[in-house]
Design a protein around this ligand. Structure first.
Ligand code: SF4
Length: 297
């Protein structure tokens, strides 16, 4: 059997592999970086009967792949720290996969405090109720709420929730209890600046991912067809070095949306989202800006 762990948990893999081997299994560990279930180590199936992927819910069906959740507990009572920032009464609640098991307990806390929490059902790429991914904020949108509570760490997901819903978003770090109202305004100003920087680009690479769960080939082909300056580029790992080597003055990213949004500071030239490229070409207005999501755009 092959084992695949997400970045940050890989070190756990060695001990588990040893345990399984002691129990009689023939084990191989995937050593490539992995950030989501969009990036299954399917090549290990050439040498193993089954791949056990830890920490992410499936984003699509695959034979011989077992998804093993890795849950992270926190005290649902932590939601009290966010109460002063919430207006309510109706509040959509979302989180990432490792905390979905506690979302109902968070909802109960909110009810006790007099709010009306809403959790959207799971489907497609986000199969758990209330689950969001960096490439899918459907569960936030489908609450239909004007106010969303994001429970989790970091600012990337709550920023995405705000761009995707235009709702008021409060982010609660369930470990530190720190609650913040999130505004995407400054972030969007930076994105606007990148579009302007890309305007004079003579060579534009439209990136399509070689990873099956990140591949949006139809979208990438459509975008590349919109401009004589654009060429389709297939890549597995989108790194600053690889972009520098290709020598384009700007890129359009159709692989993992986090690459454009989260990693721009590492890249040597502007890396635009599909909607940003359409804005650059004048076929979409800035007012119609949409967050880059799987299946949208
Ligand atoms: S495409 Fe990006 S955001 Fe979506 S599941 Fe994969 S790593 Fe996560």
């Amino acid at each position: 059997m092959a084992l695949q762990f997400p970045a940050g948990l890989t070190r756990r893999g060695f001990a588990l592999a040893q345990e399984l081997r002691a129990s009689g299994f023939d084990v191989i560990l995937s050593g490539d970086p992995c950030y989501g279930a969009c990036d299954l180590a399917l090549d290990t199936l050439e040498v193993a009967d089954v791949l056990v992927h830890f920490g992410h819910a499936p984003v699509g069906p695959h034979e011989r792949v077992i998804h093993e959740p890795v849950s992270m507990d926190f005290d649902p009572g932590m939601v009290r720290e966010a109460l002063p920032l919430l207006r309510g009464p109706r509040i959509g609640i979302v989180t990432t996969v490792q905390h979905v098991h506690l979302l109902e307990a968070v909802a109960d806390e909110l009810r006790r405090a007099g709010f009306d929490p809403v959790v959207a059902g799971g489907s497609g790429r986000t199969p758990h109720p209330g689950q969001v991914l960096g490439c899918s904020f459907r569960a936030a949108r489908e609450t239909g709420a004007d106010e969303i509570l994001y429970v989790g760490t970091g600012l990337f997901h709550p920023l995405g929730v705000q761009m995707a819903t235009r709702a008021r978003v409060v982010a609660l770090d369930p470990f530190t209890g720190q609650a913040t109202e999130v505004s995407a305004e400054r972030f969007l100003r930076q994105r606007f600046g990148l579009i302007e920087r890309a305007r004079t680009a003579e060579r534009i690479g439209v990136i399509v991912s070689a990873k099956s769960g990140q591949r949006r080939l139809d979208l990438a082909r459509r975008l590349a067809g919109l401009s004589g300056r654009a060429i389709l580029v297939m890549m597995r790992e989108v790194t600053p070095e690889a972009l520098l080597d290709l020598g384009c003055n700007a890129y359009v990213n159709t692989a993992c949306p986090r690459l454009a949004y989260d990693d721009q500071a590492r890249f040597p030239v502007p890396v635009l989202t599909p909607a940003e490229f359409e804005i650059l070409l004048g076929i979409r207005s800035w007012e119609d800006y949409v967050a880059d999501e799987w299946g949208e755009g």
